[in-house]
Design a protein around this ligand. Structure first.
Ligand code: SER
Ligand code: ZN
Length: 814
């Protein structure tokens, strides 16, 4: 539902729920039951290093759709850290073992044993040895989309987290790092493209067979989950990038034929990502080629395989008429995300899957920062926080609540969650806030220097940050280990005698499954106190400390901070920039909220104030039963007028002004109400407030709508997208006003649209109405795009979001 996502950023996570929806048969697809062992709970505390190591992997993959034969030579040795002399136990699933040899000597059937989930060799040499395996698998029958499978006639792989064991028997765990040499062989006509990780070293024809081969070498040791291979008949779009030290990198994006004209944005985003990571974090790319492949069947959003990223094609393909601004932003973010994994995930990887947040949280944080730098920063923060609150907060307060670094799991596929990704990113953001941008950078520099080429833990990460900055981060581990969203209850007392203001803070840590009692968390709390004219007052604590940046460190369950020289009762702006992933409670009256909405120097909190104002009216109107008074009365008109003033403030970015104009969603309101939710009342309240605003400031909205009419060709850049977003936000309120001619305005917007953004959002605005204009627009869109699966998805999404009862019938009628 990309077109309609209110949040624009990447996120592997919008796609991560798909990962949890992976078909998880209890068999290998061939009717072989999996061992019960595999369903047992695994505990972080049971971690032990692998008994054996694999230094190099030599793979020869003879690709055939129904029976691919893979020869693997694994250079192995006992792990000195494990003092192993026990059996060698390898993972393997859904593959057939054709032969096995050690140092060239075939093993007899009594020298090894096979189960549905692995292969055990009781006696192996104590000195380094080469294990040779020949296995076969059936890519065409592989519907789990893990291991080697087929997508639209191409061979493709997905190995994170445990897919490599479906390619060959292996120590399929992230702390076993090897260099890979891969030979791919396939029918040349149907598979002219043969790709794997690393650099290409050789290719040629196999005479008289119609087949050809390619050899790839990846010099960087990697865990098996980063292995990838692709073969097929794909079109290629190429460019290049010169790194800061002068390495020339060939960049290629492979897509289905005919889609070449939809790759420009992904390519530009890739180059921007490479440049940004050099400038912001000093990270340079390390191979001669960087390949991206877009396929239509892909469980995850995208995958960061070393040098060969594989994407769900909806996160690569964009053309102004097929992709909305939100799609463009999502593509930019996910391309960046996967690229940034090259350092945070690939060069330094996870010791075990409990540490998934180590690569995901940090990489989401990095892609959020990238998008914020390229677009209006505060808007990116708003979108990310909306996403966090709508997806992660419910997870954290429900039966599936789990720590960012879980202590146990049964099935790791279920842990590609908003908590690991999104809350994990918030933890990195809090670390940056606490250490300062420079301190965080120094800490990361040390982390890269110390752990390059290693598989590490969250503790290693925090130790590097702590060692580089001298900051004790021991208690910060609570954020990784304790589930649940802390509630931060704040109140401000003013003392006119002493001219002091005291902020009282208490943190309430709700019980979550398996964690009844919790330790207080260190919470970076950014604060401002606004004087009567709306300016920030200087913040001086009683001990004389001046808080230039307004940053408080909350460490206790209950804590108070007293500020001196406050001449009159100030208005508090608490949790600026949303400096910690907490639920803030702070009693402000509507006048104070309106004051913040007009004056807060913190862009995030200014937007938050507008949302809080609207949310207060909406919850008052829909609590218990629908009561129109709050959403029709004076308060609603005041909100409308304040919104008009902000919308006309020329110094604010268009995208930001657009966010100000958007009302909280129905689910935002439901979350605020928390219990006894009446969805009809919520909808009614929201529609009424929308109408009140649309009517009260009709002139301003219509003026903005006209003024922002697009001239010139479509450009996906942040400023142009911001203008479109603002114009659509105005259109939405205008249509909601119910005033004469406004529905026609939305229909005309649809008819005149020259890009997908204008088309899809006007369609979305029209969709709930019972009106011929709506039917015409829906039909037009369907007719135009019925043969383009990616675009048609947007049409289904519009219907799915429409409150009308006939949506299901329309979809079924297609
Ligand atoms: N590791 C992949 C990603 O985060 C899968 O979700 O992009
Ligand atoms: Zn990721």
């Amino acid at each position: 539902m990309n077109a309609l996502r209110t949040q624009a950023g990447r996120s592997a996570t919008p796609n991560a729920p798909l990962a949890s929806a992976l078909p998880r048969t209890k068999s290998d697809g061939k009717g072989i039951p999996m061992h019960d062992n595999d369903r047992q709970t695994k505990h972080l505390s049971d971690y032990a290093p692998a008994d054996y190591l694999i230094d190099t992997v030599d793979l020869d993959m003879r690709l055939e759709p129904k029976r691919t034969v893979i020869h693997a030579d694994l250079a192995m040795r006992p792990n000195p850290q494990a003092q192993a002399d026990g059996p060698l136990a390898l993972n393997g699933e859904g593959i057939e073992l054709l032969s096995i040899a050690i140092d060239g000597k075939p093993l007899t059937s009594d020298e090894y044993s096979l189960t549905a989930t692995g292969l055990t060799v009781p006696n192996v040499p104590t000195a380094p040895f080469v294990l040779s395996l020949e296995t076969a698998c059936d890519p065409e029958a592989n519907e789990a989309l893990l291991g080697l499978y087929r997508s639209n006639g191409a061979f493709c792989t997905q190995c994170e987290p445990e897919g490599f064991r479906r390619i060959t028997y292996f120590l399929d765990r992230p702390d076993v790092l090897a260099t890979y040499r891969v030979r791919l062989e396939a029918d040349k006509e149907t598979n002219p493209v043969l790709l794997s990780n690393g650099n290409p070293v050789e290719h040629g024809d196999i005479e008289g067979t119609g087949r050809h081969y390619a050899i790839w070498e990846d010099p960087h040791p990697k865990p098996s989950y980063l292995f990838a291979a692709v073969a097929g008949d794909l079109a290629k779009v190429s460019d290049s990038f010169t790194t800061q030290s002068g390495r020339e990198v060939a960049l290629n994006i492979y897509v289905e034929h005919g889609k070449e004209d939809r790759c420009d944005w992904a390519m530009e985003s890739l180059k921007n990502s490479m440049k940004w990571d050099e400038e912001r974090f000093g990270r340079e790319y390390d191979l001669d080629v960087f390949n991206i492949v877009a396929v239509s069947d892909f469980n995850m959003g995208a995958m960061e395989n070393k040098g060969l990223n594989i994407f769900n094609d909806k996160l690569v393909l964009a053309r102004p008429d097929t992709a909305s601004d939100a799609d463009y932003a999502a593509i930019e973010g996910v391309i960046a995300h996967e690229y940034f994994h090259n350092w945070t995930g690939n060069r330094i990887t996870c010791r075990d899957w409990f540490q998934l947040c180590l690569k995901e949280g940090l990489t989401v944080f990095r892609d959020q920062e990238f998008s914020a730098d390229l677009r209006a920063g505060p808007v990116k923060r708003i979108l990310d926080v909306r996403n966090l609150k709508s997806r992660q907060f419910p997870e954290d307060s429900g039966p599936l609540a789990h720590p960012v670094r879980p202590g146990s799991y049964i099935e790791i596929n279920n842990f590609y969650t908003a908590t690991v990704y999104e809350k994990g990113a918030e933890l990195c953001r809090m670390l940056q806030t606490t250490l300062g941008r420079d301190g965080f950078r120094e800490g990361l520099d040390l982390y890269f220097e110390r752990h390059d080429g290693q598989a590490v833990t969250v503790e290693d990460f925090l130790a590097a940050l702590s060692d580089a900055t001298g900051k004790d981060l021991t208690d910060f581990m609570h954020w990784y280990n304790q589930a649940g969203t802390p509630e931060l209850a704040c109140s401000l007392d003013y003392d006119g005698q002493t001219k002091t203001a005291t902020l009282n803070v208490s943190q309430i840590l709700p019980a979550t499954p398996g964690q009844p009692n919790k330790q207080p968390m260190p919470i970076p709390l950014r604060l401002g106190l606004l004087g009567p004219n709306g300016d920030d007052l200087p913040l001086t604590l009683q001990d004389g400390t001046e808080l230039g940046d307004g940053l408080l460190e909350v460490t206790e369950r209950e804590q108070s901070f007293t500020f001196t020289d406050i001449p009159s009762p100030p208005t508090p702006s608490v949790l600026r920039e949303f400096s910690a992933p907490v639920r803030l409670t702070l009693n402000l009256d509507l006048e104070q909220i309106e004051f913040l909405m007009m004056h807060d120097s913190d862009a995030f909190n200014r937007w938050q104030a507008a949302q809080s104002y609207a949310a207060k009216l909406l919850t008052d109107a829909s609590r218990d039963r629908y009561d129109p008074a709050p959403v029709k009365g004076k308060g609603a008109e005041r909100l409308a007028k304040a919104l008009a003033l902000t919308a006309n403030e020329q110094d604010l970015a268009y995208a930001y002004r657009a966010e100000m104009l958007k009302l909280p969603s129905e689910s935002d309101i439901a979350r605020e109400l928390a219990r006894d939710i009446d969805t009809d009342a919520i909808r009614e309240a929201r529609e009424t407030l929308r109408a009140t605003i649309g009517r009260t400031i009709h002139g301003d909205l219509a003026g903005l709508y006209e003024e922002l009419a697009e001239t010139g060709p479509y450009s996906p850049d942040g400023i142009s997208a911001g203008k479109r977003s603002m114009r659509i936000a105005a259109l939405d309120l205008l249509a909601g006003s119910g005033m004469e001619g406004e529905l026609e305005r939305a229909a005309a917007h649809y008819r005149d649209a020259t890009n997908m953004t204008d088309a899809i959002y006007s369609l979305l605005i029209l969709a709930p109405y019972d009106h011929p204009l709506r039917d015409e627009a829906l039909e037009d869109f369907y007719e135009r795009w019925k043969d383009d699966a990616l675009v048609l998805d947007k049409w289904f999404a519009v219907l799915a979001r429409s409150p009308r009862h006939d949506s299901v019938e329309i979809v079924e009628g297609c």
